[in-house]
Design a protein around this ligand. Sequence first.
Ligand SMILES: [Zn+2]
Length: 488
Amino acid sequence: MRRNGKPSLLLSPNSILANALLRSIDLLRPRVLAMRPARIEFVVGTQINGAPHLGTNLVQTAAFLLAKLARREFSTDTRVRFGALDNAPYEVVLDPETHTAYQQTYYHALGKDKIAELIENYYRAFFDSLSEATDTDYAVETYTDQQATPGFRAEFLRTLERLDDIRWWMAPSHGVIHTRIPCPVCGWAEKRADRTKLAHLDEDGATFTAVCFDHGPYEAHIDPEDDSPYLDLATLYRNLVKERALGRSTDTLHVMMKGGDWAFGCQLVDGALGALHAPPEHMPVRIFTPQVLAPTGAKLSKSLLREHGTRALPADVEPWMLDTTTWPGSTDNYVDALVWLVGELLSDPKHFFRSFTVKELGRLMTARPTEPTIRAHEMGIYKRYFDLIATGRKTTEIRVNDSSRKKIKPGSLIRFRCQGDEVLTRVTRVNRYASFEEMFDHEPVASVNPTATRDEQLANIRQIYPPEREALGVVAIGIELTDPPRPQ
Ligand SMILES: [Zn+2]
C-alpha cells in the first residue's frame, strides 16, 4: 500500500542493487562526488534500421527523465546525447568465389541525406516532445560523425598498440577483432574482416590492407587528423573505443544508457578497459534500463519476428509495442504516456532495475491517468514559497539560468510542486540578470517574497545556490495563477 492508501500499481521483489539505493538516480552519486562535473550527459545509442519498438523508446525516455532528475539532484546541467548507429549492416552478400561475406552499412547504402531523413522520420518529433516534457536539451550524432572525430580515431589507434592485450576480451572465442574498413570505391567491407590486416603502425597512424570482392586489394591509412577512410568497428570494440574516449572528459560526466541485455556483454568491455589500464576515474558509468520481454522471458525482438514470422508474436503484444509509430494518438500523447510509465518505474529502484513482460507493460499502460496531461515546465519549491504562490502573493520566481530555463517564455506554463501538492502558473515575463544583486535592483522585492527584506532574501537565496550556480546567471520569471488564488 502507498502512504495515501491507494494500492500500489507495481509489485517488485527486492534486488541487490535496489537494496543499496533509496532512489535510482543515487547510482550516479559516487562518480558525481568524485568528479564534480560541470555537466552530465546521458548517452543513448540506437540502431536506426526500421521503426522503433517499445524497448528502444523506453531506454530513450529513461535517459531524458534521469537527466531531469540528475539536474535537480546534483545541481548540475544535464543533457541527452543520441547516437544513431548508421553503421548497422544494410545488406550482406557472399563473394561467389571465396565465399567471404561482405556487408554494406546503412550509411554506405543510403548516404548521409537519407540517414538524416530516417532520423527525422522516426525520432525528431519524439525527441522534441520528450525534450519539452522534461525540460532537457538533446543532440543527435550519427556513428558516421563519431568515427570521423580526432578523439575517436586517436583512441582507436591507442587500442591498436595494445591489440594483443585486448583481443581475447573483444573476441573470446577466436581472438580476432573485426575492424571493417570499407572499400573506398564501392563502400563494401568484409563482414568478418578475414583479409583486413594491420600492415603498419607508428606515431603517424595505422595502415591496413584489405580486399574488395569487386575492386581487389586496397590500402587504407588511419590518421587522427583525417576524417577518412571510414572506420566500422564491431559492437564491443566500438563501445570500448567510445567509452574510453568519453571517459577522458574532465568536465562532463557521460552516463551510458543501455538496455538491460547489455549487462551480460559489458564485462568483456570492462576486461578490455582493465587490460588497457584505464584509470578508475575514466571507467564508464552505465545505467541499464528495464528490458521488455515476451512471455517466454526472451527480449522482445524484431529480428526474432523477422526470422520466425508472426507465429513468434506473443498474444499480449500490441501493434504499437513493435512499431511505436502506430500508437493510436499524437506524439505528445505517446510521450506523456511513456513519461508517466517510466516515472512510475523510477519511483522505486526495485521497479526500475528489473524487466517487464509485454503483458505487464500493457496492464500498466491501461492504468495510466486518462485526463490529458497539461504540458508545463516543472519546478520543485519549498513549502513557504509554494504557499505564497498558491495564494497569489508571490508573482516573481527566481532561478539560476541553466539550460532547462532557456525554453521558458511569456505564455509558458510552470507547474510548481511541493510535497505531493501542485499549482499551475502562466509566465507573464522573463528577465535575465548577471547576479542576484542585479536582479533585486530591478525586480520588486515584495513580488519575490512579501514577507522578507531584500537582505534577508539574498541570504536565503545564497543558501540555496552556491556561487558556481549563480555564475550561470539569474532568471526572474513573472508568474500568474491559472486558477483563482487559494484562500490565505
Ligand atoms: Zn570495392
